[in-house]
Design a protein. Structure first.
Length: 254
């Protein structure tokens, strides 16, 4: 039985774990960073918490005799992905990145693409606006420099402390989010700008489609640069890669 480590926290990681669960030839561990207070239930044994950088992850891969590492983290988890690439190389462990494709603009989208959160704040401009912040709660601080806007903030966990601005409303919710519900949310709060990441996938695309339908601007953070490692775009491709890797290991007597 080969030991497989999946770096997770995404829908794709959970779906891959579900697909591999119960196989007699692999033992799956799903690693979660621990940034969410109450993570969703997982279909396989989960490890919660960091490893201590690339060196700590490499030591874990060696100590646990991990045969293959699958990086299925969020597209914006650049530090974790960089650590995974370094650790896999150091421990001589096969590595695959499961990376969902980014969204692409279509007719009717009003996108302003920016490099980071401070640039997103600047893109909103000086005039007061009603802004939907669909970002991680740890990325909100720069918006305190633009207190003229009225903010709607949605996060998986409560934002504590809240933004030091005069007008902010908080919604705690976990996706997926349907387009119809997102449209109702934007209308109810009079939103005229959405700030989000280009996460890709279907789970959070509803707000993009809703903004398109309502003619609302979307300030979209570009994806960070990720390590140039072997990668696939779907759970099915990741499972096929693992099957091939296992056959290769057996042929080599590894």
């Amino acid at each position: 039985m080969r030991r497989i480590l999946i770096l997770g926290g995404t829908i794709e990681a959970r779906r891959l774990a579900e697909r591999l669960r119960g196989r007699a030839d692999v033992a799956i561990t799903l690693s979660l960073a621990g940034r969410t207070a109450a993570p969703a239930p997982q279909p396989v044994p989960a490890r919660v918490g960091g490893f201590g950088g690339a060196e700590g992850l490499a030591a874990y891969l060696h100590a646990e005799r991990i045969a293959a590492l699958i990086d299925a983290t969020h597209p914006y988890a650049a530090t974790i992905s960089a650590n995974a690439a370094r650790a896999a190389a150091a421990a001589d462990v096969r590595l695959l990145a499961l990376r969902r494709p980014p969204w692409q603009p279509v007719a009717g989208d009003r996108w302003t693409e920016v490099a980071d959160v401070p640039e997103a704040v600047r893109a909103l401009g000086p005039a007061p606006r009603r802004v939907f912040l669909a970002l991680g709660r740890k990325e909100l601080d720069p918006f305190a420099t633009a207190p003229q806007h009225r903010y709607l903030v949605r996060s998986v966990d409560p934002v504590d402390p809240p933004l030091p601005v005069p007008d902010a409303t908080y919604v705690v919710a976990r996706g997926p989010f349907a387009e119809a519900a997102e449209r109702d949310l934007l209308i109810a709060h009079g939103i005229d700008a959405v700030v989000a990441k280009n996460s890709g996938g279907d789970a959070t695309y509803g707000k993009i489609k809703a903004a398109r339908a309502l003619g609302i601007e979307v300030v979209l953070l570009r994806r960070p640069q990720l390590p140039p490692v072997p990668s696939v775009a779907s759970v099915e491709e990741a499972a096929a890669w693992l099957d091939h890797a296992l056959v290769s290991m057996s042929a080599r007597g590894v």
